[in-house]
Each structure stands twice: as C-alpha cells, then as structure tokens.
Write a protein that binds this ligand. Structure first.
Ligand SMILES: [Zn+2]
Ligand SMILES: [Zn+2]
Length: 641
C-alpha cells in the first residue's frame, strides 16, 4: 500500500509556511529529513506526520531521498519555536536540520584549536557547591524536568558545578549541553571541559567553518561526543538522550537570536528540558529579574578565594581628565611600577562616538541610518549599523565651520591615551574590530594571561567570564554609556556590566575596582559598587511589576520596514485592527540601512497567542507586502525596545 506523509519544506517564505503531502517509503517515520521536488526545485523537508490521507485531485510526488533522522523531541521543539516566536515551521526546522556535507576528510576538532589550558579538578567541593550538586543530581535521578538558578558571585565555583552535573549525567547514560554567551567565553570554558572530558566534548559556535560544524554535529549524532559546549544555537544540538543543560552567564543578551526565528536560547533550553525530562541549570552572578523571580535558587554564596574587592566610585563631575581620571592614572601607574594586570572596560568602539559641529550644532549622521557616525582610527567615520564608511571631513558639511568636536571616547582613543600617558604598560585591545578573525580572541586572551605590566582594553567582552590570575585592577571607564538608553533593561544591563567587571579583579590577589561615572547616585551604579545583587533585583522587580514588564508580562513586538516613510505605519495599522486591544502603536522607529521602520508592542500574558496570530496575518499579507518591498519581523520577548 502506498503511504503518504506531511512534509514541511525547509523554505523561508511565509507564503509557503505549511505542510505538503508526499509519498514516502515504508520505513520513513516522523523526523525524517528528506529531499523532495518542490515547484521546479529540489528542497529538503522534514516529515512531521505519517499515514495522512492523500490530497484530493493532486498526484502526490514521492520523496527522492531520506537524508537523516531527527529525534521526535527535536522536531517537537522546533515546531514549538515556530509557534511561540511567530515564525514558520520551515524556518524553525532549519535550526535542527542544517545542511549535510557530502564528502569528508580528517580535520582536527575545533575544540583542540580553541581551548585554553584548563584548571585541575579541585580536591573538594565547598559545602554550598556540594548541596547545589546534590539537588541537581536528585532532580536528574527523578527523571522529571527541573529548572534551577545557580546563583553565586564570580569565582564562587559555578563552572565546577556544571562540570560535575555533566559528569553525573554521563554516568547515568545521558548527554549534556553547556551554553556559553558567545565565542568570547568559549576558549576558557572549553579548556576546562576538555581537561575533564577530553574527546567526548564537541563544540558548536558561529566562528566554526561550515565543514567543522557538520563534523561536530555528526560526532554528536553518532554518540561519540556526549557533551556539547557552544553558543546559543547549540541548544538544538542533536544529542540523543539529554540529561543536563547548563546555561552559563544566563543574564547575557547574546542568548537571543536577532534574526527569524528570533528565539531565546534560555527559553528554548527550559522547553527542551521539559520535553526531554532533563535538568536545566541557569548560572549567573547577576541573574535576570525573570530568573530570580521564577526559578528555584541554588546559592553558592561568596567567591571561594576571599571577599569581593572594594569598589571605588570616581565622580567624573569632580575629576578632570576623562577618559583617564587622576585616580585611574594613579592605579595604572602603580601597575606600571610594581607589575600586575589591569582590565579597562569602555563599552564603545572607535575613537569617538560622534562628531559635532560647534557652530551650527550638526551631528554627523549616516546617510542610510538615523544614527551618528563613529570616528575610527585613520580618520574614517563608520556607521555601526550598516557599515557605511566615509572620510572624516575637515569642515562641517552644513555650515563649513572648521570647529568639529569629537564627542566622548571609544576604545581606540583610550588605547592611544594609554600609549601616551603610560607607554611602559603593554596594551591589548579586545573589541569587535580586533576579534573578527578566527582565533584572534584566544590569541589575545593567551597573550594577556602570559604578560605582566599589561592592560586589557575593551568593550563588554572584557567583562565576560574570563578568569586570569593576577588582575590587580579592573576599571569601568564610563559607567554611564548604557544608562541613557530608552530601554526598560538599561539599568539591569548597567548593573550587570559593572558587577561582572568588578568580579574580574583579584581572583587570587587583592584587587582594586574603579568605576568612573557622572551619576554616582544612580541606583544601578551605587548598588553594583556594593555588590548588592539581591537589593538591586528586588527594586527592579518592584518597578517592573508596576509597569507590567517581564517577568510579569511578556512583550511581543512586530516591526515592519520598507523603502517609503509611510508604508510600514500603514501596514501595522491594518495588522493592529485584527489583533487584541492591549497592543500599543504603531510608532515610528529609527531608519536603518535606508529602510523606514515602525513597530507595534504588546504587553501580554499570552505571547504565544499574539505571536501566532501576527504570524498568520503576516503570512496572509506576504504577497502584497512583498510587492510593496515591505519586510516584517515578529519578536517575542525582545531584548531591547
Ligand atoms: Zn556646522
Ligand atoms: Zn548606516
């Protein structure tokens, strides 16, 4: 008897976001990845249902080839992602069924190349580590889904708990996934996991080549690699029997994917744990208010090697010399003389974030985007959104005045000032401009680890999870950069960044922390200076409860962009008419890459309903929107507004 199956073709078009019927061989089941004829092309597709009725009046074509098998749990996870994030089944299934490579040769495993040397296993766990681990192992043995927040200061031993939780999963014949925020974190985390588990580690992150990624996926699917360490997409790793999923630095915004499907790996991790009866562990020294409010807390307490360093707040209203104030110069001078390492955080790339005319008040802006151009080394102005580059003019393009002022400071200017003021200190810069090449990050970090009288200058990358002995000074050069942003997470981000950097100093030595600010009384800065995480989160949760922000409500955002100023607003007005009442907008947004944009925002208890509805409406409107050059995105639980 001929069998028919529902197949979701892996195409991105919203207009084709549905299942199609194909004839399949007898041994094909749900989760099979197949090659099919689709229109005039060959496409891959995923079988979602078997033994469906053949379509009326159409001859169903046979599938051409079975490529691989996905686990039913992964298919279920992808279909959930499609619905929850208002995406399409085809786009979401592409996350779990990336293209297969045909030929293969022997290549070194990327984990070998990228790992830094690991630390040895400690002789004994602390009391709090042991009780956290007992709770995790008990949940693992219960074989029911569980979620924990592993909360402890930097240096309190979270990674050791992940390592032993993974070992416990392995002993029970189960697999593990360890998510880290981005490549920035991988070399050191990888080193520790490799030292403990050797070849059983696979690594998945965006800096791998296509071929490396496929090799790693095959090692995982074959069961050769039982522990996967990777960035957010590793949450979809094809491990067969998931036991533990760790989300390290769970507060990090890079867990959110910024292209469709706009999934949040933390939410997906919890969902995957619930589908596969696994234990999800979310670890941080500065947890999200969402996790603090909702998850069972396992507290590790203070750092293992002693108290957190004292924080000195430098009031920039009283100290001249920005970006290097006298107190900061004095601390750096002490390192230049006595030795040691320093880390300076300045969360802005380039020389100066803006060029401003003193005569007419003009700020130089990108021709394609409504944002100011950033001055970089070599006299070039760059747009950080679209990549547009133009030479720095000598006079104002509006009034021809030569009085162009450089506003503020970026990492390149800081690097240059250090060179002028303290040439005896070695400088290593770490930002998106210097780590673009694969291996550059690991090289910079190794160099920093091996040097003395050295200063690491960089953007938020320097605050993230790197552990180096002998850091005598950690300084936030401008704590105010994030506070002025019109985003309800601005305070949370500032608090996290300052607290995380403060935790970087003096893991073995008595460290010093300096925070430069024009707003020393701002709540996020004052509480971060006291390492007071519980008080900050309590206040933050109170504020969010009043305003209806997460975790008390979900946000759903629909953004439409197009070549003409009015069309996005109009399209959203039509969409809004078919959505529930608690949707705000449409409101215009900044123009980016030459595209005019507008958004709707819903604060809702039912994000899935609104996103799915918006997704369906957009699918129906897809042909007309395409003709008008409009694109739309649905963003559930957005990380920025
Ligand atoms: Zn001017
Ligand atoms: Zn631009």
């Amino acid at each position: 008897m001929t069998r028919f199956a529902s197949v979701v073709p892996l195409v991105t078009a919203r207009a084709l976001a549905r299942e199609f019927t194909y004839e399949v061989p007898d041994d094909v089941g749900p989760g099979a990845v197949v090659d099919v004829r689709f229109g005039n092309a060959r496409r891959r597709g995923v079988v979602t249902e078997i033994d469906v009725a053949p379509p009326d009046g159409v001859q169903a074509a046979p599938v051409e080839r079975v490529v691989e098998e996905l686990s039913p749990a992964l298919v279920g996870l992808a279909l959930w992602v499609a619905e929850y994030y208002g995406s399409t089944p085809g786009r979401a299934l592409s996350l779990v069924a990336p293209l297969k490579r045909k030929a293969r040769g022997e290549r070194p495993q990327p984990a070998e190349r990228d790992a830094l040397a690991g630390e040895p296993e400690p002789a004994a766990l602390s009391t709090s580590q042991r009780s956290a681990l007992e709770r995790i192992v008990a949940a693992l043995d219960a074989e029911r889904p569980a979620n924990f927040l592993l909360y402890g200061a930097t240096g309190s031993g979270k990674t050791e708990v992940y390592l032993q939780a993974c070992a416990a999963a392995l002993e029970r014949g189960r697999d593990a996934i360890v998510l880290v925020p981005e490549i920035a974190l991988t070399p050191q985390t990888l080193g520790r996991f490799r030292a403990r588990f050797g070849d059983r580690i696979a690594v998945l992150h965006s800096a791998l080549t296509e071929a490396e990624r496929r090799d790693e996926r095959e090692r995982i699917a074959r069961g050769d690699a039982r522990i996967v360490v990777g960035a957010r997409s590793a949450v979809f790793a094809p491990v067969r029997n998931l036991g533990v999923i760790c989300v390290d630095e769970e507060h990090d915004a890079s867990y959110k994917q910024e292209s469709d499907p706009r999934y949040d790996a933390r939410t997906v991790a919890a969902k995957r744990a619930s589908l596969e009866s696994a234990v999800a562990i979310f670890g941080s020294a500065t947890p999200r208010p969402e996790s603090w409010e909702r998850l069972e807390r396992l507290e590790l307490g203070a750092r293992l090697t002693g108290p957190l360093p004292p924080v000195r707040v430098v009031d920039l209203r009283r100290e001249a010399g920005y970006p290097l104030s006298a107190p900061l110069l004095a601390e750096l001078g002490a390192i230049a003389q006595g030795g040691g390492k320093a880390i300076l955080l300045l969360n802005r790339r380039g020389v100066a974030p803006a060029l401003h005319c003193r005569s007419c008040g003009l700020t130089l802006r990108c021709a394609n985007c409504d944002v100011s151009l950033v001055l970089h080394r070599g006299g070039m102005l760059r747009c950080h959104h679209c990549g547009h580059v133009e030479p720095e003019p000598s006079t104002c393009p509006a009034c021809a005045s030569p009085e162009l002022a450089r506003i503020g400071a970026g990492t390149q200017r800081l690097e240059r000032e250090l060179q002028e003021r303290l040439p005896e200190l070695k400088r290593i810069r770490l930002d998106a401009d210097t780590v673009a090449k694969p291996g550059a990050l690991a090289a910079a970090l190794s160099q920093f680890a091996a040097s003395d009288r050295v200063v690491l200058v960089g953007t938020q990358m320097v605050a993230k999870g790197h552990h180096f002995p002998g850091v005598a000074l950690a300084a936030v050069v401008d704590a105010d950069t994030g506070l002025g942003l019109p985003d309800f997470r601005a305070e949370e981000r500032t608090f996290q960044l300052v607290t995380q950097l403060a935790g970087r100093s003096g893991r073995d030595a008595p460290g010093r922390v300096l925070v430069q600010t024009f707003q020393p009384d701002a709540r996020a800065i004052a509480l971060a200076a006291n390492h007071d995480v519980p008080r900050f989160l309590a206040g933050e949760l109170e504020r969010r409860r009043e305003l209806g922000y997460p975790p008390f409500r979900h946000l759903v955002r629909v953004v439409v962009a197009g070549p003409e100023p009015d069309a996005p607003l109009q399209a959203l007005q039509e969409l809004r008419a078919s959505l529930p009442d608690d949707v705000l907008g449409p409101a215009p947004l900044l123009r980016l890459r030459g595209r005019y944009r507008a958004q709707l925002v819903a604060k809702t208890a039912h994000p899935r309903k609104i996103a799915a509805q918006a997704g369906r409406l957009l699918s129906a409107a897809a042909p007309a929107m395409r003709r008008a050059g409009l694109t739309a995105v649905v963003d559930v639980d957005p990380q920025a507004l």
